[in-house]
Ligand binder design. Sequence first.
Ligand code: ZN
Length: 127
Amino acid sequence: MLQPYLHYFLHFIAIGAIAWLYDKKNWKRNWVILLATMLVDLDHLFANPIFDPKRCGIGYHPLHSELAIITYFLGVIFTKNRLLRLIFIGLIFHMFTDFIDCLWTFSKCRECYFSSEVFEWAQQLSF
Ligand SMILES: [Zn+2]
């Protein structure tokens, strides 16, 4: 019951705090920019089915892939442009939010974990 509330709280409300911390003078504009990073979920349209409550999107969708996440991190570290950096921060926070959702799903559904990319990554990391 609580899971979708936390998920949407992080996706819509918590980013308001990030917007404020990033630049208190322009927090409203920043909040809108962070809300726009939600467009990264358009990659779900390539999935079949588009929505599957048992699927962990991290590692599955192209803009939620390992390579995409590494790119977002490198963007935050190396981008000097403040607007672009905010977008990369928004994308990383989006991945964090989706990952929390995956962990919550895994806690209720073991086969969801074993069929996820996150499980594959954990296997690779532990050799
Ligand atoms: Zn997402």
